[in-house]
Ligand binder design. Structure first.
Ligand code: MN
Length: 250
């Protein structure tokens, strides 16, 4: 098995360089992998599968092509920014839609895959907001609004998140308690997520079921990161490749 995991590309029409970098990643890495897993915030925003624009359709075509030409299986987990990515987009992209938590086996260990925003429990305001927008009826109500209104709401949300970031420029990190709890709940030894934009590999505290967690960085014009899992181990790598850390021997 050869799996690559990416997250937090925040793709949007205006960031052409990141889109170019992503295309190179598909050509140089993903096409040689059996699976590509996207762990959320693939797009900068998503207002519904019925409002897909040309840019987003082109990205779907790239993924579909990867799947059809190279047989790479594609999995998409929604993040906080693209929470409403649904089956229709996944069908266009030849991808499977993932739930918010996925378990995988690696050697004798269990791996949890998630976007990571649910672990930032010290951000109480965000968790309250998250709880609301994860409600089925709230999503149905939003999706029933005309597209131009949804677009305006999405703009406002992004504006307020930019303002929050100006006030508190440090991304709120996951809380260790939430990480431990999740590992206990799923009896998993390894946690892989994105969202916090720090490319790190960290050993868990002694006494925890968890052995370590691995976090993908977000992508910018020059650099992205990915996690690779194959028969020989788990790696945290840069793209374009500059360095890599081998985390676990199989
Ligand atoms: Mn996120």
């Amino acid at each position: 098995m050869n799996t690559v995991i990416i997250s937090d590309l925040h793709l949007k029409e205006e960031s052409r360089e990141i889109t170019k970098l992503f295309k190179n990643f598909l050509d140089q890495i993903a096409r040689y992998s059996e699976e590509l897993i996207i762990l959320g915030d693939f797009f900068e925003y998503w207002i519904g599968d019925d409002a897909i624009n040309n840019f987003q359709k082109n990205i779907a075509d790239l993924l579909k092509n990867l799947n059809q030409q190279y047989q790479t299986k594609i999995f998409i987990m929604p993040g906080n920014r693209d929470l409403l990515i649904g089956q229709k987009f996944c069908d266009l992209a030849g991808a499977c839609l993932l739930p918010e938590i996925v378990l995988r086996d690696f050697s004798n260990s269990k791996i949890i895959l998630c976007h990571g925003d649910q672990l930032c429990t010290s951000d109480i305001r965000y968790q309250k907001y998250r709880k609301q927008v994860h409600k089925f009826w709230v999503q149905r109500l939003f999706l029933a609004l005309p597209i131009f209104i949804r677009r305006e709401i999405a703009k406002k949300i992004r504006k307020s998140s930019r303002e929050k970031f100006k006030k508190y420029p440090v991304m709120i990190d996951v809380s260790p308690e939430a990480v431990c709890e999740l590992a206990e709940q799923y009896q998993a030894e390894i946690l892989i997520h994105g969202h916090t934009h720090q490319k790190i590999y960290e050993l868990a505290k002694p006494g925890s079921k968890l052995k370590y967690r691995i976090v993908n960085s977000d992508w910018n014009e020059n650099q992205g990161s990915f996690i690779q899992i194959d028969q020989t181990g788990i790696y945290l790598k840069d793209f374009p490749q500059k360095s890599h850390v081998k985390i676990e021997e199989n």
